[in-house]
Design a binder for this molecule. Structure first.
Ligand SMILES: Cc1cc2nc3c(=O)[nH]c(=O)nc-3n(C[C@H](O)[C@H](O)[C@H](O)COP(=O)(O)O)c2cc1C
Length: 301
């Protein structure tokens, strides 16, 4: 949770009683250098929040002449003006500003993000090994296939650091709920041009909103979960996995889930089938078993 500083309080008297407009700020430098969030909260006579607005310094590009603090104060002025103009309609007016929330979704012990566009390629086979091992251990599995999902690329608007929710409402809502509730999150990724395929990259970038929600609220806590990353590539040599190792570390740090195991299969252009790569299937199975046994007991790693 974050600590807010009160910048200004304004009381507005209406036929429906007194309302308080409070301008606040919060220092988010522990998330990003110099990030500050400004907000306006309207509360009724009982202290109940009837609406709130937030904006943060990272929303404003160098070309914008606005800044977060003045935009927040401008919103306070606007609401104060609305109270004066429509003193009897304001509760009804604010009730139309619905906050975002995530949908209820299925839960699964192990969530697999299968990041290759080829459903039955080597990442698909790795996902199959993970699913079979989970099944053997009596757990449930949900496979997410980013290429088949509606996932808008992140546009860097930073609005997620206002409320903890992304500005886009698409299939990522379901991803977030599943990831939040699973015991083990496993990612299977091929190397594409020294990175990961586009749809998986879009999913990974969108976890910025998950990072925001985790840090702005106390509803998402991943330290008891386990993260696994499995990479495959066409060329020979461990060196080809340098970018994926960095992506895996960054992704699980953003998600707040300890990365407890990784396995890699290189040279797939020549070897063709990851299930035939010496030691790889056994390593995948053993990492899944360890993750399932350890998940819930990883402490604050
Ligand atoms: C567009 C594209 C880019 C690729 N880039 C690389 C690369 O940079 N390095 C590499 O070792 N393999 C590269 N590969 C090979 C894949 O990593 C390899 O075929 C892998 O087995 C694909 O995973 P899949 O079988 O799960 O689809 C690339 C393949 C494609 C289609």
């Amino acid at each position: 949770m974050i600590r807010e500083i009160i910048l200004e309080r304004r009381t507005v008297q209406t036929a429906q009683g007194d309302f308080l407009i409070t301008c606040v700020s919060a220092d988010l430098t522990h998330l990003y250098p110099g990030m500050e969030r400004y907000g306006v909260r309207v509360t009724d006579g009982t202290g109940r929040t009837v609406t709130e607005f937030f904006t943060n310094t990272y929303e404003y590009t160098p070309a914008m002449e606005l800044d977060a603090k003045s935009v927040a104060f401008r919103q306070a002025d606007e609401w104060e003006g609305e109270f004066t103009e429509h003193p009897t309609d304001m509760v009804e007016y604010f009730s139309r500003l619905h906050p975002r929330c995530l949908p209820a979704a299925e839960t699964a012990d192990v969530v697999i993000i299968q990041g290759s566009p080829r459903p039955d390629g080597n990442c698909g086979q790795t996902a199959g090994l993970i699913a079979a091992e989970t099944d053997r251990a009596g757990g449930t599995v949900q496979v997410l296939y980013p290429d088949d999902m509606d996932i808008h690329p992140c546009i860097g608007c930073y609005q997620c650091y206002n409320t903890g929710y992304c500005t886009f409402a698409d299939d990522m809502d379901e991803v977030f709920v599943l990831v939040q509730r699973c015991r083990v999150l496993a990612v299977c990724a091929p190397v594409y041009s020294c990175s990961v395929p586009g749809a998986l990259k879009a999913l990974i970038d969108r976890f910025q909103a998950y990072h925001a929600r985790r840090n702005l609220t106390d509803v998402v806590q991943g330290s008891h979960q386990a993260g696994l990353f499995f990479g495959v590539c066409g060329r020979e040599g461990e060196v080809n996995f340098i970018p994926l190792r960095a992506i895996a570390t960054a992704f699980f740090a953003t998600a707040g889930i300890p990365l407890t195991g990784t396995a890699w299969a290189d040279g797939m252009d020549r070897k063709r089938d990851v299930r035939q790569v010496s030691g790889f299937p056994g390593e995948v199975r053993s990492l899944v078993r360890q993750a399932l046994e350890g998940a819930g007991d990883w402490g604050d790693q």
